[in-house]
Write a protein that binds this ligand. Structure first.
Ligand code: FUB
Length: 459
């Protein structure tokens, strides 16, 4: 059932309507250049990061978000940054990354710049866990400097041979060694450049065929793709996954299969243009679901909608859930607001490995989609820290839906003084979208929020 049909029939059919992600899927930061990795049943979505005050590209770190339902995304903060590569320019140019697993390690390939011209190089870092920390593998670039050496994509074939493709506006590849941080043989400039190839290659294999998707045409960028029976071509163009759109100058594919569905990620400028007609490099990652055709080709998809994709499994509220697990966040609109969906509000912060929600102000809210309360919950506990205080109102199905409980958060003794506080809950049973609506008396920010959990009725 489509989301719009569900909206019409909401009262009668709420239980039959899956919760949806809303595009863009991350609201707490501007994110671009999606690089999803499926590992151990979880989607790890690595992103580049446009700074909040960016006009042109202003990019210093790579971030990670994870999901097991394609709708609620948990923020892991920055997992690598320009500081990971101290020999690189430290002021800018942390562009499109990709992480691939091999032999229990995780390899992050990322474009950075070195002083002088040409400046474009590709760096590699390694971690023991997908969440990092990633450490510089070489102490120098893997390839480059050569103008246009950006946007690496790596793939390990079934026979163990790994490949790295990259480039704008040319496309290059090289065979990586088993160690994933060195290569053998020449760097080859792809002689049959895919039709309208611009940048952002995404290399993978499916059903015995090799695929290379890429940002096509410029600008506006769409998403094109080519297929081959061999990892190094010849490549055959089968059309475009998405046409460019005047609403957006850029795009950048990341494609996965996950829990029986196929997904393409990209980005748009929706939040930027919610704010101003001025083009600024403040981009936001989006996702769409699609079905491959029987011959393995990919259908042409419409431009990124705001509806996103359907949730593929519900969220269990009876285990600890990180507060930075978010389907959508914004602020409860006031009558005088202009009619936009998203208002910059809460942020996330990272202290060591711990990520938490911060900059919570009066009437901001977090939506957690598709929460399955089962037979019923009777208590809500949240770990919070505050020098000020406020309340967390728990609403079902919308920020103005029924209230199932209210947690009063007084001063916990200061920011960083974490306490677990709890409140009784009534009327929470079955599956609902859960909205945390934050209220205060105006002395913003109210408190920081680390994690939460419900207790089942009768336990
Ligand atoms: O994000 C910086 C650059 O913009 C990327 O490297 C390109 O793919 C384009 O998305």
């Amino acid at each position: 059932m489509s989301k719009s049909v569900c909206a019409i029939a909401v009262a009668a059919l709420a239980a039959a309507c899956p919760s949806h992600a809303e595009n863009p899927i991350i609201q707490t930061n501007f994110t671009a250049d999606p690089a999803p990795m499926v590992y151990n049943g979880t989607v790890y979505l690595y992103t580049s990061h446009d700074e909040d005050d960016a006009y042109g590209f202003k990019m210093k770190e790579w971030r990670l978000y994870t999901s097991t339902d394609m709708v609620n995304w948990t923020d892991h903060g920055a997992v690598a940054s320009l500081k990971t590569f101290p020999w690189a320019r430290q002021d800018n140019d942390a562009w499109a990354p990709q992480v691939v697993p091999r032999n229990g390690k995780f390899y992050l390939y990322a474009p950075v710049s070195v002083p002088g011209e040409p400046k474009n190089v590709i760096a590699v870092a390694v971690a023991d866990k997908p969440e990092g920390p990633f450490k510089d593998a070489l102490g120098h670039p893997l390839v480059g400097p050569v103008t246009g050496y950006i946007d690496p994509t790596a793939f390990v074939d079934d026979d163990g041979q790994a490949y790295l493709y990259w480039g704008n506006p040319n496309l290059w590849y090289v065979k990586l060694n088993q160690d994933m941080v060195s290569y053998s043989g020449p760097i080859v400039q792809e002689p049959t450049k895919p039709a309208n190839y611009q940048e952002g290659p995404w290399f993978y294999k499916r059903g015995g065929k090799y695929y290379l998707a890429y940002a096509s045409t410029c600008c506006s960028e769409g998403i094109g793709y080519v297929m081959s029976d061999h990892p190094t071509g010849p490549w055959v163009h089968h059309g475009d996954i998405m046409d460019g759109n005047k609403a957006s100058s850029g795009n950048h594919p990341g494609i996965i299969d996950y829990k029986g569905g196929s997904y393409v990620f990209g980005f748009n400028y929706r939040f930027n243009f919610d704010d101003t007609p001025v083009h600024r490099e403040r981009r936001s990652i989006t996702v769409a679901k699609f079905n491959y055709n029987a011959d393995g080709t990919i259908p042409n998809l419409p431009w990124w909608n705001t509806e996103g994709v359907a949730q593929i499994e519900s969220l269990d509220p009876y285990r600890r859930v990180e507060a930075e697990t978010i389907a959508w966040t914004s602020r409860v609109p006031s009558p005088w607001d202009h009619p936009i969906d998203w208002v910059p509000g809460i942020k996330t912060a990272k202290n060591g490995d711990s990520v938490y929600v911060t900059r919570i102000t009066n009437k901001t809210y977090i939506k957690v989609a598709g929460v399955d309360f089962g037979k019923g919950a009777e208590r809500f506990t949240a770990r919070v820290a505050s020098g000020a205080g406020g309340t967390i109102e728990l609403h079902l199905d919308s920020f103005s839906g029924p209230v199932i409980g209210t947690l009063a958060v007084g001063s916990t003794g200061g920011w960083g003084a974490w306490q677990s506080l709890s409140a009784p809950v009534k009327g929470a049973a079955g599956k609902h979208d859960l909205f945390f609506v934050f209220k205060g008396d105006g002395s913003d920010p109210l408190f920081d929020f680390d994690y939460w959990q419900f207790a089942k009725a009768g336990k």
